[in-house]
Ligand binder design. Structure first.
Ligand SMILES: *[C@@H]1O[C@H](CO)[C@@H](O)[C@H](O)[C@H]1NC(C)=O
Ligand SMILES: *[C@@H]1O[C@H](CO)[C@@H](O)[C@H](O)[C@H]1NC(C)=O
Ligand SMILES: CC(=O)N[C@H]1CO[C@H](CO)[C@@H](O)[C@@H]1O
Length: 398
């Protein structure tokens, strides 16, 4: 379906409802299925520029900048982020941000976020405050796992995020890498904004300490204080737009140029794991220091790895080798299989004697990481741990 936009000039003498009817019928005849929207230019303002040389005509070009509507008064991270996202798209690049609660002004906006009491993507209305609204990413896109109620930031991200990222990264919209980034930036940037705006706690119970430097908190601080002389929010809103924009772009840059390339390293290691050890429970990265945990969990799922991987081996900054245990989950210190209890906290010769593996350097007291001077050494440490666990299955995570 195509959108045809008509701009009518010089209509001051005709009442707008009559004009609307006439224009709609013309449009309908031009294309019966068209999704017609009429935009009237404020003739009193544009007269001088357009009227003198070009009297009475219909024009199918958008001669006015687009308008993004959002509420005025105190601003929050969600609508600031939503406005930033929209402004990255070609069609809203130079859009004016109209901050108001006036229904008539909002009706004249091309897109409205965080105000208006409506969620209707077809008409580009993205509010989440109405009682009837309970959408989450998962409810709108069942293939995605996130069940946090959406704010205007998440709503706009959900509908425009892929195009936004394609625009900012030059990746194609159907590129698998773009989808990975799309997921990552929802999970590690936008979801937090959605949750804070909707008043959803991270966990039950009382927090041990307060987090007062989140992006949402910092945006909040850009509002005028309750007792400031000026309650004007325009300047603060502009600062907030820059703050959230810079931070989003910075994060995107990191995920694109550092985090995503690590995925390639992990994927190769997972695919080649049987060449390291026939068990398939040990992977080796030829280069250390890359963020591997999340990728490993994601790739085990994607590549349908049946026996969970227990150890990763990689060189450290001194050219020695590390054996590190794969944790039981992303946010836990438990391991799928820890290095043997009797090796923990023991170093060098003593450890080599104890383990019967030459060149051992250390095993951390927590049992989650160890070192040997060579690749063969750390592999041997992993193998011995696997063998011990096979003989005594209870020696699992700790
Ligand atoms: C918001 O805008 C409306 C009209 O658009 C105005 O009446 C109201 O005073 C404004 N509120 C604040 C807090 O600026
Ligand atoms: C119409 O809108 C598009 C997208 O926002 C913009 O690139 C183009 O310059 C506009 N055309 C005119 C004549 O303003
Ligand atoms: C440098 C060094 O001695 N590395 C040792 C690490 O462990 C392996 C496996 O036992 C030994 O062969 C290496 O000599």
């Amino acid at each position: 379906m195509w959108h045809l936009r008509l701009i009518a000039f010089n209509l001051t003498n005709i009442t707008s409802s009559v004009t609307t009817t006439i224009l709609k019928s013309i449009l309908h005849r031009l294309h019966p299925q068209s999704n017609c929207r009429l935009l009237f230019v404020d003739v009193t303002r544009t007269k001088l520029r357009y009227m003198s040389s070009q009297p009475k005509r219909f024009c199918t070009e958008n001669m006015t900048a687009k308008k993004i509507g959002t509420h005025n008064g105190t601003f929050h991270c969600d609508e600031v982020l939503a406005c930033f996202f929209l402004r990255q798209l070609p069609e809203y690049k130079d859009a004016e941000i109209v901050r108001t609660r006036d229904a008539a002004q909002l009706a004249g906006c091309d897109i409205v976020v965080d105000v208006g009491g409506e969620f209707d993507p077809k008409r580009h209305r993205y509010d989440h405050h109405q009682r009837t609204f309970s959408e989450t990413f998962n409810s709108l896109c069942p293939e995605k796992p996130w069940v946090t109620k959406l704010s205007s930031a998440g709503l706009v991200y959900l509908h425009f995020g892929r195009r936004l990222l394609a625009q900012l990264t030059q990746l194609k919209e159907d590129d698998r890498q773009l989808e990975v980034l799309y997921n990552k930036l929802y999970e590690n940037f936008v979801e937090e904004v959605d949750a804070v705006d909707n008043g959803i706690s991270q966990y039950d119970g009382e927090a041990r300490y307060s987090l007062s430097t989140t992006l949402s908190a910092r945006v909040g601080h850009l509002n005028p204080c309750w007792n400031s002389k000026s309650q004007d929010t325009e300047d603060g809103f502009r600062k907030a737009l820059k703050l959230v924009g810079d931070e989003f772009l910075d994060r995107l840059e990191y995920y694109k140029s550092a985090w995503l390339p690590a995925r390639v390293v992990v994927e190769e290691a997972v695919k080649g794991r049987h060449q390291i050890d026939p068990s398939g429970e040990v992977v080796l990265f030829s280069q250390g220091g890359c963020p591997w945990k999340e990728h490993l969990f994601a790739l085990e799922n994607e590549l349908q790895v049946e026996t969970p991987i227990k150890f990763v081996l990689y060189p450290d900054q001194n050219g020695q080798w590390r054996v590190q245990c794969v944790p039981a989950g992303l946010n836990t210190f438990q391991n799928r299989l820890s290095l043997p209890e009797e090796w923990r906290g023991v170093r060098d010769e003593e450890l080599s004697e104890l383990s019967g593996i030459k060149g051992c350097i250390f095993v951390h007291a927590g049992g989650f990481i160890g070192g040997n001077k060579t690749q063969e050494g750390v592999l041997e440490m992993a193998r011995r741990t696997l063998q011990a666990a096979a003989q005594c299955p209870a020696n699992g995570s700790s």
